[in-house]
Design a protein around this ligand. Structure first.
Ligand SMILES: [Zn+2]
Ligand SMILES: [Zn+2]
Length: 339
């Protein structure tokens, strides 16, 4: 079988590997599609070499078919269509004991800290699998992982029907957050700087604000009758986005930090937290329930997968796919067809 190894410095090498036999508690999944995540792009640029090494199969936004099962695995059969929740928690730390296994203090992320999905068959712990319907399109199923991220973000915000919601940043995750928030009953507006992405947000039926042309917070106050947004998702990972999140939030508003800001720490206007009794919520990856919700939303058609998937390439062309996605303002989600 073929496997694409990240071999450092914006390159992948395709190798012929022997599929691994699943051990007790493991499953082997024939990978159908795997999406390229922003994190994978960081890997590609060498920003995570210390963690990932320069000899690893990465990738984690995948769908596939159960190919073989190790001893003691229950609830799955060979031939089942599945997706993978790529987390390995220790089960013993204080966070795990409290039930927060997705933010385990020794959490391993599969496809970064271990091998991942850009290969034709992946052998991994069976407790990471979620079954999807037998007739579900596996290209759409590859969007379950990023949709689960959005489901977790929206669950953290605890959106109530009719609440005004601002999503800052209209990339793939921002638009998924917007779609899930709308399903939860939110009255959603998306702000973005790219005309192209604004066009996609509008095509998906959202009100939009062009952050290059208008003061987003002022517009939100106008649109909400001088109330502000009850819920703000900061997905842009930029200082202007962080400024807008506190400016646009209503009294007692909840702000969810979705965009990961590495390097320089952003400046946050803490005065606004005092003045309007705001809440700031962290959100990291997903829990099993977020996966089930994501599966339900994609199966029901509430998530427009067709619009979000803008490119599909063969595994052999993975370097080309990363090159094409890199810095491309018109791309949303790129998938790799593994087998
Ligand atoms: Zn991802
Ligand atoms: Zn743990």
């Amino acid at each position: 079988m073929k496997a694409a190894y990240y071999t450092g410095d914006q390159s992948f090498t395709i190798r012929e590997d022997q599929p691994k036999e699943p051990q007790a508690g493991e499953a082997r999944v024939k990978i159908a599609y795997c999406g390229i995540c922003g994190t994978d792009l960081h890997v590609y640029h060498g920003a995570m070499d210390a963690r990932v090494t320069t000899n690893r199969v990465v990738g984690h936004e995948c769908s596939g078919i159960v190919d073989a099962l190790g001893e003691g695995v229950e609830g799955f059969e060979v031939g089942d269509q599945v997706v993978i929740r790529p987390l390995a928690s220790c089960g013993e730390c204080p966070a795990c004991k409290k039930g927060y296994t997705h933010v385990c203090q020794k959490l391993k992320f599969l496809g970064l800290d271990t091998e991942g999905a850009f290969q034709q068959a992946w052998t991994l712990p069976a407790n990471t699998l979620h079954k999807v319907p037998a007739d579900m399109r596996l290209d759409f199923a590859a969007l379950i992982e990023p949709t689960a991220v959005a489901c977790h973000d929206v669950a953290r915000a605890n959106i109530q029907p009719g609440e005004d919601v601002l999503v800052i940043g209209g990339g793939p995750i921002g638009l998924l957050v917007a779609m899930v928030a709308k399903q939860a009953g939110g009255n959603v507006v998306v702000s973005e700087v790219s005309e192209y992405r604004l066009g996609i947000a509008e095509k998906l039926g959202f009100k939009t604000l062009n952050a290059m042309k208008v003061n987003v917070a002022e517009e939100v106050w106008k649109m909400t009758g001088d109330k502000g947004a009850e819920v703000v998702f900061e997905v842009s990972a930029t200082q202007p986005g962080v400024d807008t999140m506190t400016e646009a939030a209503a009294v007692r508003g909840r702000i969810v930090m979705v965009g990961i800001i590495g390097g320089r720490k952003p400046e946050v206007d803490l005065f606004k937290f005092f003045w309007r009794e705001l809440q700031l919520l962290g959100a990291r990856v997903y829990e099993a329930a977020d996966y089930e919700k994501a599966i339900e939303l994609i199966v029901s058609g509430a998530i427009d997968c067709e619009t979000l998937i803008t490119d599909i390439q063969e595994l052999e062309d993975i370097t080309k796919a990363f090159q094409a996605l890199d810095g491309n303002a018109t791309a949303m989600k790129s998938l790799i067809k593994c087998s």
